[in-house]
Design a protein around this ligand. Structure first.
Ligand code: FPP
Length: 233
């Protein structure tokens, strides 16, 4: 079966750059090329939601030049890809607080979201200035505000009430999480939504990750038996 929601931690750009003795900005640039290929493939394959971890709340601590290069790539991506994405009916959502991004990246991202809002194809989530713990805390605060305002009985709050305040509101849980780059951890990405996600790790560095590797991960997912805490059928 095809997963409805695939999440990807795009890791290994820095190591790819070191391996090829080039600057880290070029590693990230190659990372964007890999991203483009995976978005295209997902859209054509009929995947419902694709979530990509582009910039975490912790990534601000990287050297300023690297942060600047990443932000320019984000801006370029939204400006140069929007035409094709819109044509493919891709709908873009940003996960994270984009208010903190530099003007250019923030405006390009907001414009892409606005332009593709009503599209009915692939839902493309780009996580920018995102952290799962912050997301969960933000949702908890909003739920508490609803209760304080008398819009909700706190004791009767349901998971659905809570999930409406996540960035992924109305989207299905993550079915498959893919992490290239050799590390085997979640790094604060979609912790709530990954409760029953199947995890696929590969040592390939993200810039080397291709549609073929993505297909392999989909195949691995298809062979897994998912029980969601129950017994096998
Ligand atoms: C991790 O590699 C990757 C990132 C922190 C950035 C990922 C971003 C992109 C691929 C491009 C920008 C996104 C958009 C939407 C255009 P790393 O640098 O941590 O690699 P390392 O672990 O080998 O150092």
């Amino acid at each position: 079966m095809l997963p409805r929601h695939v999440a990807v931690i795009m890791d290994g750009n820095g190591r790819w750059a070191r391996k090829h003795a080039v600057g880290v900005a070029l590693g990230h640039r190659r990372g964007v090329e890999a991203l483009r290929e995976i978005v295209r493939y997902s859209s054509d394959a009929g995947i419902q939601v694709l979530s990509l971890y582009a910039f975490s709340t912790e990534n601000w601590s990287r050297p300023q030049a690297e942060v600047g290069a990443l932000m320019r790539l984000v801006e370029d991506f939204f400006v140069s890809e929007i035409e094709e994405l819109d044509e493919k009916q891709v709908s873009i959502r940003i996960l994270g607080e984009i208010g903190a991004l530099p003007d250019g990246a923030r405006k390009a991202a907001a414009a892409a979201v606005e332009r593709t809002r009503d599209n009915g194809g692939l839902q493309l989530n780009i996580a920018l200035n995102y952290g799962a713990r912050d997301e969960i805390l933000r949702a908890a605060k909003r739920l508490a505000q609803e209760a304080a305002g008398g819009f909700l009985h706190a004791a009767e709050a349901t998971r659905e009430d809570f999930e409406r305040h996540l960035y992924t509101a109305s989207q299905p849980d993550v079915d498959l999480l893919i992490r290239p780059g050799g590390e085997r951890r979640l790094s604060n990405f979609l912790l709530y939504q990954c409760a029953y996600a199947e995890l696929v790790f590969t040592d390939k560095l993200w810039p080397d990750f291709t549609a073929e590797d993505f297909k392999e991960a989909l195949k691995a997912f298809d062979s897994r038996e998912r029980r969601f805490g129950g017994r096998e059928a």
